[in-house]
Ligand binder design. Structure first.
Ligand code: 5GP
Length: 113
């Protein structure tokens, strides 16, 4: 896949982000257009396009992403939070670099609007 996505540019330091967390595997930063009081994006440093492009070799990275998303969500939204991975066109994915939305800071409701 092309790494020339907006998230690729953020990972390469070509455009800034408001960083929340970083380690060797992932980066988390505030969404530029938040839809909830807490809206953090968590992305793997490895350029995987989406959950629809996952291979067996990605299992450790995915586990790490979910582990850290859970820790961050609990830290930022102790009353609860939602983790979403929009996938593909019908899933509403607009940036073709796998990412988790961590959403909270208010009651999120269901089904999502
Ligand atoms: P998607 O629609 O692909 O699930 O989510 C992409 C998200 O990336 C959107 O919520 C959008 O607001 C966010 N986004 C797009 N461009 C930027 C950017 O340059 N910086 C940050 N921090 N977020 C971005």
């Amino acid at each position: 896949m092309s790494t020339d996505t907006i998230f690729g540019k953020i990972l390469r330091g070509e455009i800034p982000c408001n960083k929340v967390y970083e380690d060797d595997v992932c980066l988390a930063f505030h969404d530029v257009a938040p839809v909830a009081p807490v809206h953090v994006l968590m992305i793997p440093k490895e350029p995987v396009q989406s959950l629809g492009h996952i291979a067996a070799g990605h299992a450790t990275m995915l586990g790490h992403l979910l582990h850290k998303a859970g820790e961050l969500g609990q830290q930022l939204c102790p009353d609860g939070f939602r983790v979403v991975a929009n996938t593909g066109e019908d899933g509403g994915q607009t940036v073709n670099h796998l990412h988790l939305h961590i959403l909270g800071g208010r009651h999120m409701g269901w089904p999502p609007g």
